[in-house]
Ligand binder design. Structure first.
Ligand code: 3HC
Length: 281
């Protein structure tokens, strides 16, 4: 059993907290927004309740997992940490600020990991004095279901840190894949151009929304069509990642579709706002 700090109780943070708590770790779930924190705990409890209903775990096991999670509003209240995983919103400045504070708070042997979907791990690591003990641990939504953890090696990440995080991912029942620190890593470098292309196809009137999704679901066996998946991820997140790819490679093939930019400007961010390519209300 280890002490794990998860910073951020949004969709990803709460999922990450759940899988570590299920593995028997003590999880300090840190979130400054009280509403988000209680929503995070509620979601974890509901997920576990579904497992109880399906007969996969007992009510006692559910309670034991929940008791492994300590919710805190301030990172300064965390008593100890073997591993810190940052899962706050995608904003470089906010992440740099968090990591430089955490660097002062935690002993030098605490490993720092970021769940960022596209920001450079090397850049984030440089805000700390432990660049060798800094790594990307990129989970996928919904975290309790998706098998992959993309392990992102920064320029100075040590072999020892990388091996520890590979072992951690396996301990959670996940499959780790190690990638180098380039824009979008592998997952989003491949996924986002597909989503962007689907949006261009819609924008250019090649086919309807439903038919574009149907092509990928029935023709390629994807569980969700690309437009449905974009709504699931969040259109603001998709736009952010495409901008990182476009900036990082300076290659026009990553330019975000104007329709995506327009939808984000209009606040149509997908499932989380009740409306994106589809309506959810
Ligand atoms: N949390 C926990 N468990 C969930 C869940 C959630 N939010 N949503 C679904 N599940 C579980 C269900 O309980 C069910 O569990 P069971 O098989 O043990 O009974 C199982 O997942 C299947 O769920 P459903 O039967 O309700 O629905 P589907 O079969 O349609 O599956 C899905 C739902 C797993 C979300 C599937 O549609 C899917 O795999 N979609 C694609 C998801 C994907 O691509 N994710 C990656 C996004 S990219 C990302 O995260 C990276 C970032 O950097 C952008």
């Amino acid at each position: 059993m280890a002490d794990i700090v998860v910073v951020g109780a949004g969709t990803m943070g709460r999922g990450i907290a759940q899988v570590f708590a299920q593995a028997g770790d003590k999880v300090y779930l840190v979130e400054v927004d009280p509403r988000q924190l209680s929503l995070g705990l509620e979601t974890i409890s509901e997920n576990l309740e579904k497992s109880v209903q399906k007969g996969r775990i007992t009510p006692e096991q559910k309670q034991s997992v929940l008791s492994n999670i300590v919710a805190l509003p301030d990172i300064r209240q965390v008593p100890s940490a073997d591993l810190l995983i940052e899962a706050i919103y995608e904003n470089v400045e906010a992440k740099l600020e968090l990591f430089s504070l955490a660097d002062e708070l935690f002993p030098s042997d605490t490993i720092f990991a970021s769940n960022t979907s596209s920001i450079s791990i090397t850049r984030l690591a440089a805000s700390t004095s432990r660049e060798d003990r800094f790594i990307g641990m990129h989970f996928f939504n919904p975290v309790p279901v998706m098998k992959l953890v993309e392990v992102v090696r920064g320029l100075k990440t040590s072999d020892e840190t990388c091996q520890k995080i590979i072992d951690e991912a396996r301990r959670l029942g996940k499959e780790p894949v190690v990638v180098r620190d380039f824009p979008g890593f592998v997952s989003n470098r491949v996924l986002m151009p597909m989503i962007n292309e689907a949006i261009f196809a819609l924008y250019e009137g090649v086919a309807s929304r439903d038919d574009i999704d149907k092509v990928m679901k029935l023709g390629m066996n994807h569980p969700m069509g690309p437009l449905e998946l974009a709504d699931f991820i969040g259109l603001d997140v998709c736009l952010y990642i495409l901008d990182v790819l476009y900036e990082g490679f300076r290659d026009p093939k990553y330019r975000p579709c104007p329709l995506l930019r327009q939808m984000v400007a209009a606040g149509k961010l997908g499932r989380k706002t009740g409306s994106g390519f589809y309506d959810y209300l």
